[in-house]
Design a protein around this ligand. Structure first.
Ligand SMILES: [Zn+2]
Length: 168
């Protein structure tokens, strides 16, 4: 969790106060600022294109780690539009359909992830954020070891449960 030393509104020192059942950073002055530490929304996509699933490795990740395409929302953007934009930006693919898989709180990162099953078409063109991709057939995806990025496995399992994968 990000901590403030000084109030971002009025620059008074920040103090810790027990509010709504937890310790929070609050302004010691009169401005009323409370750092609620609300989670950041993130969108993620399990991408299916040309009869294969596409996982990606972010440049910041160690060799061998692959997971879903993900990104942040622009101001005023719908999550479904955000994921279509991210798939286009990161893989160069056009999104044909976008089916909701689930919401996943990632407490360690203070994020709430909205995951979609995305069918896409086009020619893959990676942007600078993506170091490498992995194309998998359905059986390989189901058996894929996401390593420490366990959320990918949970999303794949939920997509199976919802019948999104078996429809392909
Ligand atoms: Zn203040």
């Amino acid at each position: 969790m990000q901590h403030y030393l000084f109030c971002p509104m009025c620059t008074s020192p920040i103090v810790t106060k027990f509010l709504d059942g937890r310790d929070l950073d609050v302004c010691s002055g009169d401005c009323g600022f409370v750092h609620w530490n609300n989670p950041v929304p993130v969108v993620a996509a399990l991408v299916y294109c040309n009869s294969q699933f596409i996982l990606a490795r972010n440049r910041a990740w160690p060799e061998g780690l692959f997971s879903l395409i993900s990104g942040f929302l622009d101001a005023g953007e719908l999550p479904s539009s955000a994921i279509a934009r991210e798939v286009k930006e990161e893989l160069g693919l056009d999104v044909l359909s976008c089916d909701f898989i689930g919401f996943y709180p990632l407490k360690k990162m203070n994020q709430i992830i909205t995951a979609y099953y995305v069918r896409a078409e086009g020619t893959i063109f990676l942007n600078e954020e993506i170091a490498d991709i992995k194309k998998l057939e359905k059986d390989s995806l189901i058996a894929f070891d996401f390593g420490p990025l366990k959320l990918g496995k949970v999303v794949v399992d939920d997509a199976l449960l919802k019948g999104l994968i078996s429809r392909v």
